[in-house]
Write a protein that binds this ligand. Structure first.
Ligand SMILES: [Zn+2]
Length: 398
């Protein structure tokens, strides 16, 4: 029964409002079973009835069922270079309680980061409680390699962290401060950012894609059939360390000529001939100069686009994605980067003639990883809807 509850909830979450008859057809369950399951999901506050006409149907109005975010939501947290972020996301995809606080990277000790994350989470839990909503779980996005399922940060080069039990530390802090933020799942920020794009890409009928994310480093998330592909240890997606210029600049990882040494933020600025000024990342200045047609900036972006294409073409030949999403610092520069990448993919990806790969610009900006972290926590609800009842009784699956 519990498994069938999940089947019905996932179906509704994936396809939007549906009638009980549609649900029976889609899941292969009988109409009577579907009605009972919908009743149970409704009691849990996870689905509600909506008017068929509002659901976009024509002809005879039918009572449709849709997912509901009225009772439960998930928290997304992010640790990144220079900031901590929080957002909550519910089953209807509504984002709330977003906050971003700046931190000094050089003084960001693990203890300080955990304390501030816990305070952000505590405030969100209180705000959700006022709305009558429970937190079913928390996702934490970190810029580094994260072991699965333990959530140890094996290495986060930008913070100088290695072999750090960050997930355990956060759970412990939640316990000691009685913060009911549910189980904590930690993952690499690029993987989380990719998860944030699953819903918008599904609306374009895309289920398998690569989401490349620019920042201080360069990361990628691989989504196959709507699920994140992490590799066997959770270490997949390290596009930034594809060597695209053997003998090039030394990378933080110790190798030479990694993609990051060309497309990471400081190198992007250098290539575009822009100095990092006080306040802001300098990306806005790259954009302004490129708009004016400044030759050095346009050439620099072309060079970065070429380097990105080498990594993306290799990944595309390997994974055969339906699309590539450009996010993070690459998103505002997509008008210059995307045409170069699309041209190169057309040359270098064998299957391109039969299945061209569009390069799509992310609209989420810096929020992608924190939204994706909350989505990751929601997946545990989609896998077992009854956790919301257990959480309401004060149970904790952590
Ligand atoms: Zn490297």
């Amino acid at each position: 029964m519990r498994q069938n509850l999940a089947v019905v909830l996932r179906q509704l979450h994936g396809t939007g409002a549906a009638s009980r008859a549609d649900l029976a057809r889609a899941t292969g369950l009988t109409k009577a079973t579907v009605s009972a399951l919908v009743g149970e999901l409704s009691d849990l506050g996870l689905v509600r009835e909506v008017d068929g006409a509002v659901g976009g149907r024509t002809g005879r109005p039918a009572t449709l069922v849709s997912v509901s975010g009225e009772r439960a939501a998930a928290i997304g947290l992010e640790v990144n270079v220079g900031y901590l972020a929080i957002a909550t996301v519910d089953l209807e995809g509504r984002v709330a309680h977003e906050r971003l606080v700046e931190i000094d990277r050089d003084r960001a000790t693990p203890g300080m980061v955990v304390t501030r994350l816990a305070s952000l989470a505590a405030r969100a839990v209180r705000a959700l409680a006022v709305e009558g909503r429970r937190v079913i779980g928390t996702g934490l996005a970190v810029p580094g390699l994260v072991s699965q399922p333990e959530g140890r940060v094996l290495v986060a080069p930008n913070f100088g962290w290695s072999d750090l039990p960050l997930t355990e530390m956060l759970r412990d802090r939640f316990r000691r401060r009685s913060i009911e933020a549910g189980p904590v799942a930690t993952d690499n920020e690029a993987t989380m950012a990719a998860l944030a794009h699953v819903a918008t890409m599904r609306a374009r009928e895309v289920d398998s894609f690569l989401a490349v994310s620019g920042g201080v480093g360069v990361g990628a998330g691989v989504v196959i059939d709507g699920e994140a592909f992490r590799g066997s240890h959770g270490f997949g997606g390290e596009l930034g360390h594809f060597v695209v210029d053997p003998g090039g600049r030394r990378c933080r990882c110790g190798n030479r000529g990694c993609l990051e040494t060309i497309a990471g933020e400081s190198n992007l600025l250098r290539a575009a001939g822009v100095r990092r000024g006080a306040g802001g990342t300098g990306l806005d200045r790259i954009e302004q100069r490129a708009r004016r047609g400044d030759p050095r900036t346009v050439d620099g972006l072309e060079h970065v686009g070429e380097a990105l294409s080498l990594g993306l073409a290799a990944a595309a030949n390997l994974f055969d994605p339906q699309a590539i999403v450009l996010g993070g610092s690459f998103a505002p520069l997509a008008p210059w980067l995307a045409p170069v990448i699309e041209r190169r993919l057309a040359d270098q990806v064998l299957g391109h003639r039969w299945a061209p790969i569009p390069v799509v610009t992310s609209s989420l900006g810096r929020a992608a990883a924190v939204h994706g972290a909350a989505q990751r926590a929601l997946t545990s609800l989609l896998a077992d809807p009854s956790i919301v009842a257990r959480r309401s009784r004060g149970g904790d699956d952590a």
